[in-house]
Design a protein around this ligand. Sequence first.
Ligand SMILES: Nc1ncnc2c1ncn2[C@@H]1O[C@H](COP(=O)(O)OP(=O)(O)OP(=O)(O)O)[C@@H](O)[C@H]1O
Length: 251
Amino acid sequence: MSGTLEVRGAVVRYGDVTALDGADLTLVPGRITGLVGTNGSGKSTLFKAIMGLVPLAGGVVTYDGAPLARARRRGVLGFVPQSEEVDQGFPLAVRDVVAMGRYAGLGPTRRLRAPDHAALAEALDAVDLEDLAHRQIGRLSGGQRKRAFVARVLAQRAQVLLLDEPFAGVDVVSERTISRVLRQRADDGAAVLIASHDLVALPGLADDAVLLQRHVVARGTPAEVLAPEVLARVFVESEERREVPGVGARG
Ligand SMILES: Nc1ncnc2c1ncn2[C@@H]1O[C@H](COP(=O)(O)OP(=O)(O)OP(=O)(O)O)[C@@H](O)[C@H]1O
């Protein structure tokens, strides 16, 4: 299907640590995929591998069947990392952060034109941040800040949205707002991947779920993947790995 992102056999190593050992994932337009896994199971690494922020030691990531570099340059991929380092004193307003979503399409002058202004206004409106558009980004609550970074990928009109723990440390209103806009983008044809520890919220939002443990160990509907017996198997395996010296997070 056009607009499909595919990860095939992704291997990522940090020195002696193998964070991904053959991960496969398919993201299709119109669907929200929930990514779950224990701490250290490789979720953030999978996002970074898709974004080209860590090198692949094996495997391939494609968009529309072609290598991803071109899609990345065209701004097809919108990434909201787990935590954004925000310098409290840095004089960057919410509006400036959201405008960054338009940079891929701007000329060398970086001047916003009418369609950019329209996309910017639409994105601020979608996350209910118009009133705070001129507030310094460091002076927002955690939930408001997360909404600002979500607005940046909305303004970008990214076709693939990748969100690493968008609900962590976020108030209920912000969680609802973010969920609503992600559903809307998926309904408009975007492919969406959300890593979340919130296993209660996920079934209401995600169409599909994948369970990661350095590679995908289960995939299906959220109800299938989040079934207690499936989760228990993975948690037990992950605890056993920790007990083997030299393997796992404490090794
Ligand atoms: N920069 C790094 N250098 C060395 N090891 C790393 C680095 N980043 C991650 N790791 C290791 O790679 C493994 C996967 O980490 P990753 O952050 O991808 O997991 P995660 O599923 O996102 O975890 P969490 O849910 O805790 O955020 C872990 O064992 C982690 O300690």
